[in-house]
Design a protein. Structure first.
Length: 254
């Protein structure tokens, strides 16, 4: 069986699951959001990470169907959390550039949130920097329409995609996520620290929120706090968790 056919069967058998990784407000220490990260629960081999199958979903066009499922599932989980908790934890869903480029994507987002304004306010899309830039004019049009519905937009892996700074100021986005390679270098060299500091200053000058990815040490967190980074995500706080564990650990009412 080719991987493509295995994936078609996985879609039929509903074998995809979403894990959630918390994002923490650095100033308050509070949980503010959860990033949905897809896994394939293959009955033969167990959990398969997205790096192993997202490229094949993209090559075969199956990404549209699986991406739509992820958006609906994450929104459903979000609305359930919201119904059972007073805390307003947002939810972030990764979106393939192929999805963003699809003619129907803006409509699809409209269908996902429906008439539920809570869903729109709670939802954020994460889009990789390099791929926004590949088709920047079309990206701007689509992202504007999505943002007009109240959905947030984050640029993922920021710093790795050579964004033109002139476009950065024109992109309709709310958040920059600093790629974890920069967070790693921050405690290794003065140059690494200077880069993170500069990215945060730039983001704030453009009125964007900044999230640091891959935070693994107290030292990284200490420096990010000094630099006024807004949110952090990483193994220091929690790895991505199955939704039941995420709910028990972070959302269970006392
Ligand atoms: O969870 P993990 O670190 O293995 O994720 C690796 C990459 O897979 C992440 O960079 C993320 O952008 C991507 N990814 C995770 N979930 C999804 C998803 O639902 N859709 C898309 N397109 N990419 C995802
Ligand atoms: O590209 P994206 O940022 O969407 O991917 C998130 C990926 O980063 C997930 O696969 C997740 O497992 C991984 N990740 C999250 N936190 C950490 C961390 O602190 N260290 C490392 N090495 N990886 C992390
Ligand atoms: Mn992401
Ligand atoms: Na990233």
């Amino acid at each position: 069986l080719t991987l493509e056919n295995q994936l078609r069967r996985a879609i039929e058998n509903e074998e995809f699951v979403l894990h959630y990784q918390p994002k923490i407000n650095i100033e308050s220490g509070k949980l503010v959001s959860a990033e949905a990260l897809i896994r394939w629960n293959d009955p033969l081999t167990g959990l398969v990470p997205p790096g192993c199958f997202i490229p094949v979903l993209e090559e075969t066009g199956l990404i549209h169907e699986v991406g739509r499922w992820a958006l609906h599932k994450a929104t459903e989980d979000y609305l359930r959390w919201r119904a059972t908790n007073l805390s307003a934890v947002r939810i972030a869903v990764n979106v393939s550039p192929l999805q963003l480029r699809h003619r129907d994507f803006v409509n699809e987002i409209g269908q996902v949130i429906g008439i539920n304004t809570h869903a729109a306010a709670g939802l954020e899309l994460e889009i990789t920097e390099s791929l926004i830039m590949e088709d920047v004019m079309h990206s701007i049009v689509s992202l504007k329409a999505i943002r007009a519905m109240g959905v947030g937009i984050a640029i993922d892996d920021f710093g790795t995609g050579f964004s033109s700074l002139s476009y950065l100021s024109r992109l309709p986005v709310d958040t920059l996520k600093i790629d974890r390679s920069f967070v790693l270098d921050m405690t290794v060299s003065q140059e690494g620290l200077a880069l993170v500091s500069t990215i945060i200053t730039l983001a704030h000058a453009l009125k964007l929120k900044v999230v640091a990815e891959g935070v693994e040490t107290e030292e990284q967190l200490r420096l990010l706090r000094i630099l006024n980074c807004n949110e952090m995500q990483g193994f220091l706080f929690s790895k991505p968790l199955p939704s039941e564990s995420f709910e028990t650990r972070f959302l269970a009412s006392p």
